[in-house]
Design a protein around this ligand. Structure first.
Ligand SMILES: C[S@@+](CC[C@H](N)C(=O)[O-])C[C@H]1O[C@@H](n2cnc3c(N)ncnc32)[C@H](O)[C@@H]1O
Length: 242
């Protein structure tokens, strides 16, 4: 049965969060893609969510494929993309090779341990072409105690949705939790949203070690301030085969 509450979240996510982040990250993607031109334009977006990156790459002549674990996210994605696969980034259900692989908007922070991170990196290395590049961002580890550990909830409002995210951070195991509440209007009906989300904070060292364990190496690491807050809240990596 369709989970209406999650569908409402997927819709509100797209409108409130995904779109806001993508407007900012596209500048970085444009810069990195221009610095590393490729003739063969094949692209895989891992944890593609609502397919904002797929739309971006396809407009630049890439043949793009998206993979995500969430069927409701893929349902929203279908408005932007045709080649979508339900699957887990730790065991990608794909055989081909891609010249550009992306995993954006802190999707990798959804994995709860360095071993899981290394599993996802290994799965990605297996589908990355020999001269391919893997581009991803994670939340800067400092944002968890400072922002997720803060009592002030994040609120986003639109004409047809309301999102409130109350967050906390557990230093012991570096797990951040978000209680997401609100509503979205789907097919003319106001559907409530009530979800619990978890993320894990990763240090730069843990990420580089997990990449190395998977046979990947960063060639660039960019401290990224997507919302012009005057501090970097994301780490953006450009990686290739070791
Ligand atoms: C914050 S959203 C980012 C979505 C998209 N990359 C974007 O930039 O808008 C995180 C996404 O990761 C997906 N996700 C979480 N764990 C996953 C896993 N193990 N395998 C595949 N997708 C996963 C979620 O379903 C969600 O769509």
């Amino acid at each position: 049965m369709k989970d209406e509450a999650y569908d409402a979240f997927a819709y509100a996510y797209d409108q409130a969060l995904g779109d806001r982040f993508f407007r900012s990250v596209r500048r970085l993607l444009n810069r990195v893609l221009a610095a590393h031109p490729t003739e063969e334009r094949t692209h895989l977006d891992v944890a593609c969510g609502t397919a904002l990156a797929i739309e971006f790459f396809e407009r630049r002549g890439y043949l793009s494929v998206g993979v995500d674990l969430s069927l409701p996210m893929l349902e929203v994605a279908r408005q932007r993309a045709r080649r979508l696969i339900a699957g887990d980034m730790r065991r990608l259900p794909l055989r081909g090779k891609f010249t550009r692989v992306t995993c954006l908007y802190d999707s990798l922070n959804h994995l709860k341990s360095s071993d899981e991170l290394a599993l996802a990196f290994t799965a990605i290395r297996e589908v990355l072409g020999d001269d391919g590049l893997f581009l991803f961002d994670v939340n800067h580890p400092d944002v968890y105690p400072e922002i997720w550990g803060n009592d002030e909830p994040f609120i986003a409002d639109g004409e047809d949705f309301h999102l409130r995210m109350a967050t906390k951070f557990r230093k012991r195991d570096r797990i951040a939790q978000a209680m997401v509440t609100g509503w979205a209007v789907i097919d003319g009906k106001r559907i409530p949203i009530r979800e619990r989300r978890e993320q894990r904070a990763y240090s730069e060292r843990e990420i580089i070690d997990a990449l190395a364990a998977a046979g990947l190496v960063p060639i660039e690491m960019i401290e990224f301030d997507p919302y012009a807050e005057g501090r970097s809240v994301k780490l953006f990596f450009v990686c290739r085969h070791l």
